[in-house]
Design a protein around this ligand. Structure first.
Ligand SMILES: Cc1ncc(COP(=O)(O)O)c(C=O)c1O
Length: 369
């Protein structure tokens, strides 16, 4: 059996044809593909509007700028996440305030958010970690407090959550949402890429302009923005990938279900929990392992890629050396991060590969005592 990768982007003839046709058209930037990709993506998640851009990281930076966040402001972030969720706050000159995650679902813990909230708090960045939707009560709480909610959905294309009895897609569960199309994500664009979404009419036009130097139709800039535009080729590929997303996420769910059914009683592991009234997008399937390094090594020896997320929490990374929380501990973030082992769950896995992965995990559990 060939080595099983932790992630694998899809590439087919329809995507190749779309990419080539776009190149042949010589309309490489600022064209219909980007416009339609934004429209179709907004429709998929139920947002008011969406704007393609160059990466999830710049989308986070743009979201903070659009909300007017800067020096003197505090932004509450989880520490168990990819570094970009937190460094974007420093990029606008504001201060990230790191909080712990929930012990069961691993997303930002609302009770911890409430504890650090003060008059300087301007926003919370919630992350749908590994494709798990955050607590719907966070949405309500932010609204009540008048604090902006930035939804980091970089790992959650196709996830959804019931909020007040209404099903809402990832990307429509905050004021501004962001996605990443890095090749390992649930959908990709043939290179780097990101998406900004919003549920606010008041942000919609500014968001579209921000990625284009804050220019309006008269080509005059009305606010500071930059060139964050996605290329037309990427948008053309993304539009085809978007058509496949629902089916791909279904396949991820099927594989996750198979893992959970087979591994729920295996010694030395816990399987991931799924929040009630939500659909997980299974960007990652992480088991909580008592011996994570040994498990990773065992899988590696058997030709299976595995990753540990996130063994060094953001607030302890060198980039935050001067931050007052650099040496402080966050109970669940510290406890979980080094033990969450991601195993392959991408939509292209074949059934026999899934069974082989299960077999090797069970084999590992019998080897350790
Ligand atoms: C949670 C999270 N936020 C933000 C990003 C940044 O996205 P990008 O790599 O497209 O800049 C990622 C990407 O891995 C991510 O996982």
């Amino acid at each position: 059996m060939e080595r099983i990768a932790i992630a694998q982007p899809s590439w087919d003839n329809e995507m190749r044809d779309a990419a080539l046709a776009t190149l042949d058209s010589l309309r490489w930037v600022k064209g219909e593909q980007g416009h339609l990709f934004g429209k179709e993506f907004a429709q998929m998640c139920g947002a008011v509007n969406a704007t393609p851009c160059q990466s999830g990281s710049v989308a986070l930076w743009a979201a903070l700028r659009l909300l007017g966040i800067g020096p003197g402001d505090e932004v509450i972030v989880p520490s168990l996440t990819y570094i970009a969720t937190t460094t974007c706050v420093s990029l606008v000159g504001a201060t990230p305030i790191f909080v712990d995650v929930e012990p069961d679902f691993w997303c930002i813990d609302l009770e911890q958010v409430k504890k650090v909230y003060n008059e300087h708090t301007k926003a919370v960045i919630g992350v749908h970690l590994f494709g798990q939707m955050y607590d719907p009560e966070l949405i309500e709480w932010c609204k009540t407090q008048g604090v902006a909610l930035i939804e980091d959905a970089a790992q959650a294309h196709g996830a959804s959550l019931v909020v007040d009895g209404v099903q809402r897609g990832a990307g429509a569960c905050g004021d501004i949402g962001i996605f990443s199309f890095f090749p390992s994500k649930n959908m990709a664009v043939g290179g780097e890429g990101g998406m900004l979404t919003t549920t606010l009419e008041s942000i919609s036009n500014r968001m579209q302009a921000f990625v284009n130097h804050g220019r309006d139709v008269t080509l005059e800039s009305f606010e500071v923005g930059s060139n964050l535009r996605m290329s037309e080729v990427s948008a053309a590929i993304g539009r085809i990938q978007l058509k496949r997303l629902e089916r791909w996420v279904e396949r991820r769910c099927e594989i996750a279900g198979r893992y959970s059914a087979s591994l729920c009683n295996v010694r030395g592991f816990s399987i991931p929990a799924v929040r009630k009234h939500s659909n997980h997008a299974w960007h990652q399937y992480c088991v909580l392992a008592e011996q994570p390094l040994q498990l990773k090594q065992h899988l590696d020896h058997n030709g299976i890629d595995a990753r540990i997320y996130y063994s060094t929490p953001c607030h302890r990374q060198k980039v935050f050396e001067g931050h007052p929380q650099y040496e402080s501990s966050l109970k669940w973030t510290d406890e979980l991060g080094p033990k969450l082992v991601a195993i392959p769950v991408h939509h292209q896995l074949r059934d026999e590969e899934v069974e082989y992965i299960i077999e090797k995990i069970i084999e590992f559990s019998t080897m350790v005592d």
